[in-house]
Ligand binder design. Structure first.
Ligand code: GLU
Length: 277
């Protein structure tokens, strides 16, 4: 049976609360089976996880091995091991900032572990685990541009990804320093790099961890040292799948408290003192 929480994600605030209550009553009437995502996954025997394919050290589809690898992939395997007794009982799907919410909403994925920042707005429509990593927004520019930071981008165009929180957060920072930014939004990060190379945008902005791969693609570009936000990454699950959300939160806390997350961050060369704050 198709899991059926897809409608919930598009409704916010009070309407959402009223609908959630009504849906809970329906679920009781129909046997409540659909709300138990943990049982659903166990019956299926595999965890459907959305991950990134282009974030080095986090979620990267290695072209040499055709396998996903990185810190977030380790977290996913560990969750499969704890839930299904086998770290490989997992089906990975590549997501982008734009596609990940909809794929979760539609029931195609059980969870998303994909540099997904926990924000108050997103928490209205999705559940998030406690943070397993903290990163920050950065800027990738052409070395030859002479741009050193946000202050040099007044009236310039910044390339961002659709579905990312980058523009909102950078706008807030820029207004603090009286800088006016304009943004161009793209489907994929690859398109933003191309736009930077073509001079259609003067900076490419997203989390520093994501920019690393694109900086490597083009040695004429550089990631500037400043960070303009605190991006807490959480494992996202559907609202209403409360058994799963609570279970995931417990596992992340356990992995954090046991020092396992920090160990994996060292292994992937992404250790960040701010994580788990
Ligand atoms: N982490 C940021 C966000 O969730 C940047 C986008 C991304 O993860 O690709 O909005």
């Amino acid at each position: 049976m198709k899991r059926r929480h897809f409608a919930i994600g598009r409704i916010a605030g009070a309407t959402f609360a009223a609908l959630a209550a009504a849906l809970a009553l329906c679920a009781i009437g129909s046997g409540a089976a659909a709300a138990d995502q943990l049982s659903d996954i166990k019956a299926r025997g595999a965890l459907d996880v959305g991950v990134k394919a282009d974030v080095l050290g986090f979620g990267f589809l290695n072209p040499k091995t055709n396998q996903y690898e990185g810190y977030e992939i380790d977290v996913a395997h560990e969750l499969a091991k704890r839930l299904l007794g086998d770290p490989n009982k997992i089906k990975f799907t590549t997501v982008t900032a734009k596609t990940r919410g909809a794929l979760l909403d539609s029931g195609e994925l059980d969870m998303v572990i994909a540099t997904f920042t926990i924000t108050d707005q997103r928490k209205l429509i999705l559940d998030f685990s406690p943070p397993y990593y903290t990163d920050g927004i950065a800027l990738l520019v052409q070395k030859s541009s002479g741009i050193k930071g946000l202050k040099d981008l007044n009236n310039k165009t910044i390339g961002v990804a659709k579905g990312a929180d980058t523009a909102t957060r950078l706008t807030a920072k820029a207004s603090d320093v009286n800088v006016l930014l304009s943004f161009a939004a793209f489907e994929t990060y690859g398109e933003i790099l191309a736009a930077l190379q073509a001079g259609r945008v003067q900076a490419f902005s997203t989390d520093g961890s994501i920019l690393k791969y694109y900086e490597q693609q083009d040695p004429t570009t550089v990631i500037l040292p400043d960070r303009y936000s605190s991006e807490d990454y959480g494992v996202a699950t559907r609202k209403g799948g409360d058994t799963l959300s609570a279970w995931v939160a417990t596992q992340i806390n356990d992995l954090k408290n046991s020092g396992t997350l920090a160990k994996w961050q060292h292994k992937w060369g992404i250790y960040n003192e701010n994580q788990g704050k």
